[in-house]
Ligand binder design. Structure first.
Ligand SMILES: Nc1ncnc2c1ncn2[C@@H]1O[C@H](COP(=O)(O)OP(=O)(O)OP(=O)(O)O)[C@@H](O)[C@H]1O
Ligand SMILES: [Mg+2]
Length: 309
């Protein structure tokens, strides 16, 4: 239900879930039982965590999507409220079932394996969208979830000059409509798994060049601990990841997306924004969970200014 016209910096429509994370140095065996060193639970999801990051970094943000009426939906909502993510344009659905992720983090590599239940397209449809909140925003962040509503949101954004940014993860690589979706966006920020699977190119620059034959968007390709590559139309800029004591890389990509939008919001160019996002994402890797390590704007700037490499 809309309580009035809201003006926010970033609106996001896409994946919001609840994560249960455990950390252990033992690899799972079928039919085995593992004692975790530590376990936590927190809100998660690509667009949802990006919005939380942007909010903590000072942006005003609004999430568009379903909030299920089950117990987990209550936790998802509480987490949005705590983090200052507006939910007044969400669809509160007593019959929807929450998207849950179980994340197993390996202490030896800080890498994670995710088991995820997913959401349903019909939980958030084009008629559930409110135009005002999109037309008044500066950025629209999408991840391909709730596709029909997302396409409508993109059309509104285009009409009103709102910059559209797509987080493309590997599950989108097999999507038959992925090129149509990419054709709508201004900035594409894919993961390495996505671009490799889509283009069949393992050399990043070649994969970007191949993708650029079909789309006009600027591209920032994220490469995990190998940093990212910015292609802004004037060539490739490689930005290394920042070295930190990594505990858990869960959500680093989501946080990167939220942070790069905050950089752009400050009118920085794409390269400077990507450097800022790299620092924010690196800091997010120093704590267990996708959100616990997200810094404030001041903490991120101090880290960047003091960073010696
Ligand atoms: N181990 C790491 N150390 C420092 N920075 C990291 C590390 N892993 C990721 N990052 C930063 O986070 C950015 C995004 O990470 P990544 O490419 O893994 O995203 P992703 O593949 O979308 O994963 P996810 O969304 O599941 O977190 C990287 O470009 C890098 O700047
Ligand atoms: Mg990602």
């Amino acid at each position: 239900m809309c309580l009035g016209i809201l003006m926010v910096d970033i609106v996001g429509i896409g994946c919001s879930c609840y994560d249960f994370l455990g950390i252990s140095s033992v690899s799972p065996n079928i039919d085995g039982k593992i004692r975790l060193d530590r376990a936590i639970s927190d809100g998660g999801g690509m667009v949802a965590t990006a919005l939380v990051a942007a909010s903590r970094l000072g942006a005003s943000v609004s999430y568009l999507g379903p909030i299920p009426g089950d117990n987990i939906g209550g936790l998802i909502k509480k987490s949005f409220d705590t983090e200052g993510v507006d939910t007044q344009h969400c669809k509160f659905d007593p019959n929807a079932i929450s998207h849950i992720s179980m994340v197993m983090v390996d202490t030896r590599t800080a890498e994670r394996t995710i088991f995820s239940s997913g959401s349903r397209e019909e939980y958030f449809m084009p008629q559930d969208l409110e135009k005002d909140v999109i037309q008044n925003a500066r950025f629209l962040l999408i991840d391909g979830t709730y596709r029909a509503a997302t396409i409508k949101a993109c059309r509104i954004a285009k009409e009103f000059g709102v910059t559209i940014v797509l987080d493309a993860d590997d599950r989108l690589a097999n999507d038959p409509d992925v090129y149509d979706l990419m054709g709508l966006v201004d900035i594409l920020i894919p993961s390495n798994r996505f671009i490799t699977r889509l283009t069949k190119e393992t050399v990043s620059e070649k994969a970007i060049t191949k993708l650029k034959e079909s789309i006009s968007a600027k591209i920032v390709l994220t490469l995990g601990k190998n940093g990212c590559i910015v292609f802004d139309g004037n060539g490739f800029s490689k930005i290394p990841a920042l070295t930190v004591d990594v505990i858990d890389t869960t959500g680093a990509g989501d946080v990167f997306h939220g942070a790069i939008l905050v950089g752009l919001m400050h009118e920085w160019d794409l390269i400077q924004s990507a450097k800022f996002a790299s620092a924010v994402a690196a800091l997010s890797c120093t704590k267990l969970g996708g959100r616990a390590g997200i810094p404030t704007f001041g903490e991120a700037m101090d880290f960047l200014n003091e960073y010696k490499g």
